[in-house]
Design a protein around this ligand. Structure first.
Ligand code: FAD
Length: 318
């Protein structure tokens, strides 16, 4: 079923969903089940699986020279989605990125997803590779998420890259895209970022999932601004608990979001790692409860492998 159909059928009840990472290369699918088994009691209608582009590493060769090699550390998104649907009978939402894909490869990936009866996709651009400095699209690939959305919409209309394909099978993908309550870090200002987000919806995306945020006012303000410029689709808040002191600096660096003063102060007052973890969990529970009370369509938790923490939060909120 499509993600948006779950929202329509929920009759105003806030749903829950989880986002997981594929295991590191060489890891087992059991790792995914170990994360999801304890969370299934909360009955998420869908689970997102992230996609990871190849990274460049410099490997020392026997000659002493360094060779630049491309390594994809977390392959397996599509296979994991199929495994999740098979084991739990819930929908899986693979993330599909522009980076590292030609349009042809994207088309082939979408054909695979369609054959597996995966009807949902989160269409995103992807970040810059380490050492690249800025996002560099694959030659013959897409530069922005909107171009990927367009390609998926084309396939939903039976339009494939090869113009000789007539009456091609029409796929039926529900398309999610990313949104940034605190602005995407590359955008010169919020207005322009919202303008591009609106374009993603206008060409056919069906819903938005937000970047994590730690101050609900940022989300409420974002939704209000989206509605004001005519973005009417569901906007799902993405949540991640901070459980370790180093995350107070690593999360802003990696995700370009602010940490509220009050949360930092609470962390400082907590003297042990256990007490700090409690602060982060309680903060996320309070955020979740307020968002749920406000009637958001779904609370989307970035699990990042920390199943015990996410389970505690979900149990307190649902
Ligand atoms: P876009 O929508 O393409 O926007 C990127 C930037 O370009 C923005 O600054 C935007 O304002 C600007 N822009 C957009 N369109 C245009 C245009 N036509 N002309 C000029 N400027 C434009 N990354 C992964 O690698 N794998 C994942 O699985 C993953 N999952 C994510 C899930 C969520 C919910 C979120 C919020 C992010 C996720 N990311 C993931 C990170 C994401 O890839 C990065 O944030 C990336 O930098 C931007 O992706 P986007 O789809 O928002 O890009």
């Amino acid at each position: 079923m499509k993600v948006t159909e779950y929202f329509e059928q929920s009759q105003g009840q806030t749903l829950i969903s989880f986002e997981i990472l594929p295991p590191l290369k060489g890891g087992s699918v059991q790792h995914i089940f170990d994360v999801l088994d304890p969370l299934m009691e909360f009955k998420p209608p869908f689970v997102d699986v992230t996609y990871h582009r190849e990274e460049f590493l410099y490997k020392k060769m026997p000659s002493g020279y360094y060779e630049k090699v491309a390594i994809r550390k977390r392959p397996g998104t599509v296979g994991i989605c199929a495994a999740i649907m098979h084991r739990y009978g819930v929908d899986a939402v693979p993330h599909l990125i522009c980076g590292g894909f030609t349009k042809e490869e994207t088309e082939n990936a979408l054909i695979d997803l369609n054959f597996l009866n995966i009807q949902n996709v989160l269409a995103i651009r992807g970040d810059a590779r380490k050492f690249d400095g800025r996002f560099i699209p694959e030659p013959g690939g897409h530069a922005y998420a909107i171009d990927l959305v367009r390609q998926i919409v084309d396939m939903n209309h039976g339009k494939y890259l090869d113009p000789n394909i007539e009456n091609g099978v029409k796929t039926n993908f529900c398309i999610g895209v990313a949104g940034y309550p605190e602005k995407h870090f590359e955008a010169p200002n919020m207005e322009l970022d919202l303008y591009y987000t609106k374009q993603k919806i206008e060409v056919g995306a069906n819903y938005i999932v937000t970047q994590m945020f730690f101050d609900n006012e940022k989300y409420f303000d974002y939704v209000a601004r989206c509605r004001k410029i005519g973005i009417e689709v569901p906007i799902v808040p993405g949540l991640k608990p901070i459980t370790k002191a180093y995350q107070l600096t690593s999360i802003p660096r990696m995700f370009h979001v602010d940490i509220p003063v009050a949360l930092v102060q609470e962390f400082r007052k907590a003297k042990t790692p256990e007490a700090q973890q409690e602060v982060g969990i309680e903060w996320c529970i309070a955020q979740s409860k307020e968002l749920k009370a406000a009637g958001v369509p779904c609370l989307h938790y970035y699990t990042m492998g920390d199943v015990a923490t996410i389970k505690r939060i979900a149990a307190a909120v649902f």
